[in-house]
Design a protein around this ligand. Structure first.
Ligand SMILES: Nc1ncnc2c1ncn2[C@@H]1O[C@H](COP(=O)(O)OP(=O)(O)OP(=O)(O)O)[C@@H](O)[C@H]1O
Length: 568
């Protein structure tokens, strides 16, 4: 139950609706019992005494109870569903609040389909928590105890039979079924997550699967996951039906026991015959209410699992986020003995990296593929908290600054930029929602994308743009951002050399005072950089200006020589 503590506290935030739902559920259950009780009594009265006044009063009671039952049931549905939907919206927002500081690390730990299945499916399945787990036993307990109390005035033995029936159908049978379900470990959620992960991979990788002729095999695999999911659902439905049958059987046996015992007491004179039909009708009406308990075991276990799966994502320690702000202007960025190893990896991606990027300078970070350049950039951005060492900005630890404030000063282009389904305009406006069309067009022109109208449609992930166009659109987005610290990871690697040079020229001419950190494979055109940091195997192996590095004839010089011989 401890896994559900958070869900219970979120649910109980809607105290008023939950209390109203329970009250209405209670009065609907009671009115239903009273309706059948008075009809049973009416039948007996009609058969045994047939006094006109009594019959008229009972007839009126029937109408009254019928109306009360219908209104209360409506109120119960209204308030319980309203509480559920509000609870779901609280749950989603509190989940996203917890998830946001964990990104992007969380994306490395979970497959996207699995994450989606948790965010959508597990949150969605918790809608049953209030409706089918928390609230039915409470309402049933209230209806049963009140009715048993009423029955005890006519026959204590019959009241005890009803009590035994209640214990059996509300607690013992559903509790046992829930315990068995927990032990057997049904896997509906897990199989849904697997199916979702496989489907996401199939869709994302469809083109490559086709090229490598693996689409059919992957499709068959997807089919197997779909079948497994279906099978789990089928088993679940079977279990629910079985629970329902066992519970209904116990209820019917209780009603029969009430009838038999009542009839016996009538013969012994312990019970007036006038009340027999009423007591039987009461027990029938009472046990009609237990239907929701058939699905209690599956929903209680599924809610518990959903809560555990959600909790497993958000229980990771949240990196400290500072509250400090960063004022506009130029900033000095520095790293001091940074080391970082990706989760589940043995080899460190960064080893004791130290560097200093002076305000208003241009720095290039170069090195062979896999040498740790992008990882260093993530650390400088504060996305990856280093295992040891520190990143500082103007001498202040990055962690002490509010990330929103930090990123407002940064214009970032990563290797893998996301483009949203929409238009060029909507994709540019995420950088500056206030920008006018003229400003957007200017940014497009600077990155040599002037031929694209702002209304040009952009498919999901920029599917209808070339690699170079996507990179240029990302630079245009950074252009509009208005920060003074540019962090660019291979921003023009897919752009032809002439256009790439023209874009760099635009950037350096327009933003002369800004600080640039550019990761590049391309060793040409670095003469104008103030500093070149050379990385290899996660370490900084050389630092200096172009002239200094060429003069030192070290690692960088070696790379230039290789480049020369390759293109010679
Ligand atoms: N998400 C990740 N999980 C585990 N290991 C990773 C992850 N991302 C990168 N690595 C590893 O960390 C090392 C450094 O990677 P990084 O992307 O920083 O190199 P890079 O110099 O930017 O490479 P490239 O020039 O090819 O982009 C590599 O060995 C890589 O395999």
């Amino acid at each position: 139950m401890s896994e559900l503590t958070n869900i219970i506290s979120v649910t109980l935030r809607e105290k008023r609706d939950v209390a109203l739902a329970v009250t209405c559920g209670f009065s609907a259950g009671l009115a239903g019992v009273a309706l059948l009780a008075s009809s049973g009594y009416l039948i007996s009265q009609a058969a045994l005494s047939a006094q006109m006044v009594t019959l008229v009063v009972l007839g009126a009671c029937l109408k009254l109870f019928g109306l009360a039952a219908a209104i209360s049931r409506y109120g119960e549905r209204l308030f319980s569903h309203r509480a559920t939907f509000t609870m779901l919206s609280h749950l989603r927002s509190s989940f996203f609040d917890k998830l946001a500081p964990l990104a992007p690390r969380v994306f490395q730990q979970y497959r996207s389909g699995d994450l989606l299945s948790r965010i959508v499916g597990d949150v969605e399945s918790l809608q049953n928590f209030l409706l089918r787990v928390l609230y039915p036993p409470v309402v049933l307990l209230l209806v049963f105890t009140s009715t048993i109390f009423f029955t005890s005035f006519f026959s204590l033995s019959i009241a005890l039979v009803l009590l035994a029936g209640m214990l059996l159908t509300v607690f013992i049978i559903p509790g046992f079924a829930a315990w068995r379900k927990k032990k057997s470990g049904s896997a509906v959620r897990e199989s849904r997550a697997m199916l979702s992960s496989e489907a996401a991979e199939f869709l994302y990788g469809f083109r490559d699967l086709k090229i490598y002729r693996q689409a059919e095999a992957k499709e068959r695999r997807l089919g197997r996951f779909a079948e497994a999911y279906e099978e789990e659902n089928r088993k679940e439905a079977l279990r629910n039906t079985r629970n329902q049958s066992v519970n209904s059987l116990a209820a019917m046996l209780t009603v029969l026991a009430v009838l038999a015992l009542g009839a016996y007491f009538v013969t012994t004179g312990e019970l007036e015959g006038l009340y027999l039909a009423m007591l039987v009708m009461i027990s029938l009406a009472l046990f009609e209410n237990i239907a929701p308990m058939a699905v209690f075991p599956s929903h209680s276990e599924e809610s518990r699992k959903a809560a555990v799966r959600l909790e497993s994502i958000t229980s990771a320690p949240v990196p400290d986020t500072g509250t400090g702000t960063l004022q506009p202007g130029q900033h000095e960025l520095a790293a001091d003995h940074l080391s970082y190893t990706y989760p589940e990896e043995e080899r460190p991606a960064l080893k004791e990296v130290s560097l200093r990027i002076a305000p208003g300078t241009k720095t290039a970070i170069v090195g062979p593929s896999g040498s740790g350049k992008s990882t260093l950039l993530y650390a400088l951005l504060g996305i990856l908290p280093p295992d040891s060492g520190a990143v500082t900005i103007d001498g202040r630890p990055l962690g002490s600054i509010d990330s929103e404030s930090l990123w407002r000063r940064m214009n970032v282009v990563l290797q893998d930029n996301h483009f949203f389904y929409g238009t060029i305009r909507s994709n540019l406006l995420i950088a500056d929602g206030e920008a006018t069309d003229a400003e957007l067009e200017e940014a497009l022109g600077r990155v040599r994308l002037g031929a694209f109208p702002l209304s040009h449609s952009v498919e999901e992930k920029g599917g209808n743009l070339s690699g170079g166009e996507k990179q240029r659109l990302a630079i245009a987005r950074a252009w509009l951002r208005g920060g003074s610290l540019w962090l660019l990871d291979e921003p023009v690697s897919s752009v032809d050399a002439a256009t790439a040079r023209a874009i760099y020229a635009e950037l350096f001419q327009k933003w002369t005072d800004d600080t640039f950190v550019i990761i590049s494979h391309d060793l040409s055109g670095l003469e104008g950089m103030d500093q070149i940091i050379v990385m290899d195997g996660g370490r900084v192996v050389e630092t200096g200006s172009y002239a200094e590095l060429m003069h030192a004839k070290g690692y960088f010089y070696g790379l230039k020589e290789i480049e020369k011989s390759v293109f010679a």
